[in-house]
Design a protein. Sequence first.
Length: 431
Amino acid sequence: MKKKPVYGINAFPVELEAEIRALADLACGNAQTLLETENIHEKWTKPEFRYQFYTLAHYGFYQAQEMAIISLMDESKLIAGKQVLYRKVIDSIAWKMIANQLYIARRLYREKKQPSLNHSNVESVRQAARSMTSDDFYQFSLLSDLTAFIQIGDLLTINPSQGVFASEVKEGEVNEKIVNFINQSPDEISIYNFREKEGLKVSNQMDRVIRQKARLQHVYEILTDNQSVDPDSKHGVIIKPDPVKLELWDDELSKLIDESNSKGYALAHIDNCLFVGVYRDRSRFISAELFKGWFEMCVGKPNYPRWNLISGMNIPLALPIFSRQLPIEHMFGIVFGRVVVHLALNMDAFIELCNEMGLKACWSTRKEAAGYRRGKDYPWFFDNRVILLGDEKSNVLDEGIFMRIFFHGTKPKSAVNIFQSFDELVKSNGK
């Protein structure tokens, strides 16, 4: 969320639409017909139905992955925006594998630039993915480098009976020697002797392997035990075992898009603090100015958070539009510029919402805000102040809230529930 808001018709080349529709159909809709059958809840209780669903969905994942590898490896055909679109569609697979859980995605993302497929060991990883994907596709492995955000491990694998896990693909004699040595659980003296014998280059590579192994273990512990210590920051991470049930504003957005058909625009606010503007036809071209004027007329301050929904295509941890609960035509209308969606959050109204729901919130003084330093989570500053949360004012509102509300479709009330749940979790652990 470090990037500044992007306004205007930030759409993708329309000549890619048929290609991206075909890719998204494989990645997101290969088992859709099964979900549209009658008595779906009753059928889901039957193992044979779940098996049929998973194998069909994973086969679509596999076909989409193969299509993406072939397309992205051919640099001569990579027109502007194609790689972004392909990565976001493949991201929709990854998000399905982790059940759209942002806390897991954050553990997989290291805030680095993803490598070009032409400069990675993609073919060996591709072969490893094929070998780990079962013949019936009940188990499926995804190449991390195809996504925009998975930066832990070379592969993310899902087996519905066993869960999700990340893994590395190591090749070459040096890596094999290092892995075999580490697997023996050597003591400090053995490690010292190994470094002395193998030299600086192998020693540095062993450090990288050890870091990778620690990060994989961290992700595994989060997925299985809901808590772990981040090997890089050394901070403890605790996840609530029963996630907060989130309410989404996707239905409201869909209705606004339909409403905009008649007059070229539609406006609404959700939970009295999230402002949504939908524009089409001629109004698209001045939508930024129109929305800004409406928001400020409704007492929203000029520098309060405002985003164009399509900007999420360039944000690694933003949920892909293809993963939102929207009709297909609405998704592609947004992606290819037929519809422009602007968003803003009135922070004064959000503070009121917090207090109404029992979560104390207030603006800090400038002196209080000066004590906060930007770390992995980024406090949101306005006029050199931050928003303090909790009875003891011990928590500060960070920019992750905008990720959830704007780009994951979380209603502001649900976002407040997340804060309350986290506050309770911290208190129950005595931290």
